[in-house]
Ligand binder design. Structure first.
Ligand SMILES: [Zn+2]
Length: 185
């Protein structure tokens, strides 16, 4: 599965555009809950809807089957998150869901895991939402600034509350280190 041509560049532009609209600089951290608010989306922890034990049980049945899901209720979008996840994972899950909404993906496909409904997406749309989500949290200007400050992906993950996997992926795939090396070289 590959992203459509020009998708990554468009995602970078979108990350900067949204920051600007929210009064943030392009290299500034984006609080994902603020972005949800800005988009008129309500973020709800799943343990407010179903008992915490039920979530733990579900996790035992199928680990990581439930990260976050988006529901439309009377014209309003709700992103339901899993309280069992780390803060970094939670942020990337919400960013992923908001990306589906921002990209106008269809929310209709629902699958059930042990009686709990979850939306499933087309694989190409999944990849797009993951790509845009990561870009929203760690856009190129932010990574450039961090790389120039000598931050490692692990430090970036900690500072910007994202997963180490995401920080590493974005750090490597955007080639910011090479650009920094060229600047100083
Ligand atoms: Zn998705």
């Amino acid at each position: 599965m590959t992203l459509p041509r020009g998708f990554k560049a468009a995602a970078e532009r979108r990350a900067v555009e949204l920051r600007r609209a929210m009064g943030l600089r392009s290299a500034e951290a984006l609080n994902i809950t603020d972005l949800a608010l800005y988009m008129g989306v309500k973020v709800v922890s799943a343990d407010r809807l179903i008992p915490h034990e039920r979530l733990e049980e579900l996790e035992r049945l199928q680990a990581f089957s439930f990260s976050a899901a988006t529901f439309d209720v009377r014209g309003r979008s709700y992103v339901v998150t899993n309280p069992l996840r780390s803060a970094g994972r939670l942020a990337s899950d919400v960013a992923h869901e908001l990306s589906h909404l921002d990209l106008g993906h269809d929310l209709s496909e629902v699958r059930e895991v042990d009686g709990v409904p979850f939306r499933t997406c087309r694989p190409d749309e999944e990849e797009q939402a993951t790509s845009l989500g990561g870009t929203l949290l760690l856009p190129r200007p932010l990574l450039m600034q961090a790389a120039l400050a000598g931050m490692s992906p692990e430090e970036i993950a900690k500072q910007y509350v994202v997963t180490v996997e995401m920080a590493r992926f974005r750090y490597n795939s955007t080639g910011v280190t090479k650009q920094v090396a060229r600047r100083s070289g």
